[in-house]
Design a protein around this ligand. Structure first.
Ligand code: NAD
Ligand code: MG
Length: 395
């Protein structure tokens, strides 16, 4: 029986994880659930899954959560913690074996890194944490002997296509290239001139995947693929030039590995995050995820296209950031988080997102990112600079 802590339990990945956990009560026990704002959902999840701990990350919501559970005799033994530090407390508990890192954005870094340092099995959905702290994060995993298993569907697919016995962080020598697939998002064929006026609602309406708002906007700009490119470089120890992004709009192949003998291995399946979640939770075995079998005849055919970097400048910026190295991926990620937030709050246009990131990156040099302090400093400085870029655009 393994104990699991789910960071970001109330989000899209958190909910899918609990769905998988509920199918395997003989193998997984929920030790801790965390949420930021959605107290109602956290309460319902606590009733259904009976964790030992619940963490309300945003302390302002603690009283409301306590008031909710006060009336439930079933939750009398629930230990309730609050605040960002409590996320680290629960991600390193002795009876936690696996940590699902499903908080969105930089807020997930410290509890995910703490889990890695504590030698836990880290089920990594929170790509921003890895992108912003790449070198430190991968070193922490190596030093502690933690297992790092990718949840992002593409990286989970690549991991599944790696040679037997492969562990993340190694270079698979016979693998010459990774083909990283992308759906192309909702604006794959929208006239470029129309992108100026797209609304947040249009941007979050993804054609293939049902996800949180931030990653949905990232998919529309293709910054999601940019972050995934950086994520792939780190997880699989590959050069960015050996990773080719491929637009595959059916989202049936979740990525491929091209080997020196000409074999190209792909992992396929319906676009449902419960597959990579169940894969990582059962690894090295497999178990049921609840996902329907793929109907290959209904898929019929599959298309592949080159991405257009004019249409998707965010993808170009991600290539530039990883090639520059040092703090540049941290800066890219921070500027993107600020710009996406401003777009969702209707302060800036969709096409301003890439401009804000590019102008922010231009203010930084690729200084070393080898300590957590440097990473956190670059993250906060980049946030300040991108707010200034937004103010310039709005003015
Ligand atoms: P979401 O917005 O649906 O959920 C985010 C979760 O994080 C919620 O539980 C929320 O309460 C919590 N949270 C938000 N801000 C927080 C803060 N400041 N402190 C603590 N907790 C906070 O997001 P999602 O779509 O589930 O994505 C989660 C992560 O997984 C992201 O990093 C995303 O890139 C990655 N991911 C998601 C998908 C997907 O299909 N949804 C696929 C691949 C990777
Ligand atoms: Mg993905």
């Amino acid at each position: 029986m393994k104990g699991i802590c789910i960071l970001g339990a109330t989000g899209s990945i958190g909910v899918s994880t609990l769905d998988v956990v509920a199918r395997h009560p003989d193998q997984y026990r929920v030790v801790a659930l965390t949420a930021n704002g959605n107290i109602e959902a956290l309460y319902e999840q606590c009733l259904a899954h009976r964790p030992e701990y619940a963490v309300v990350a945003n302390e302002n919501n603690l009283e409301a959560f306590k008031a909710k559970i006060a009336g439930s005799a079933e939750l009398a033994d629930l230990k309730v913690l609050a605040g960002a530090e409590a996320l680290q407390t629960v991600s390193t508990l002795d009876n936690v074996d696996a940590v699902m890192a499903a908080i969105v954005g930089a807020a997930g870094l410290l509890p995910t890194l703490a889990a890695a340092k504590a030698g836990k099995t880290v089920l990594l959905a929170n790509k921003e944490a890895l992108v912003m702290s790449g070198q430190i994060f991968m070193q922490a995993v190596k030093d502690s002997g933690a297992s790092l298993l990718p949840i992002d569907s593409e990286h989970n697919a690549i991991f599944q296509c790696m040679p037997a016995g492969y562990i993340t962080g190694q270079t698979a020598k016979q693998a010459r290239r990774i083909l990283l697939t992308a759906s192309g998002g909702p604006f794959r064929s929208t006239p470029i001139a129309d992108l100026d006026t797209v609304t947040p609602e249009q941007a979050v309406a993804h054609p293939k995947w049902d996800m949180g708002r931030k990653i949905s906007v990232d998919s529309a700009t293709m910054m999601n693929k940019g972050l995934e490119l950086i994520e792939a470089c780190l997880l699989f120890n590959m050069d960015p030039d050996d990773i080719q992004v491929v637009i595959h709009r059916q989202s049936i192949i979740h990525s491929m590995v091209d080997y020196v003998d000409g074999s190209v291995l792909a992992q396929m399946g319906n676009p449902d995050m419960r597959t990579p979640i169940a894969h990582a939770m059962a690894w090295p075995e497999r178990f049921d995820s609840g996902v329907a079998p793929l109907d290959i005849f209904q898929v019929g055919h599959m298309d592949f296209e080159q991405p257009d970097l004019q249409r998707f400048p965010c993808l170009r910026l991600a290539y530039e950031a990883i090639k520059a190295g040092g703090i540049m991926p941290t800066v890219l990620n921070a500027a993107n988080e600020i710009a996406v937030d401003a777009f969702l709050n209707e302060q800036v246009r969709f096409t301003d997102i890439a401009k804000i990131i590019e102008r922010t990156m231009a203010e930084f040099k690729p200084d070393s990112a080898d300590t957590l302090e440097r990473v956190l400093q670059a993250d906060s400085e980049a946030r300040i600079v991108s707010q200034r870029m937004i103010a310039d655009i709005v003015a």
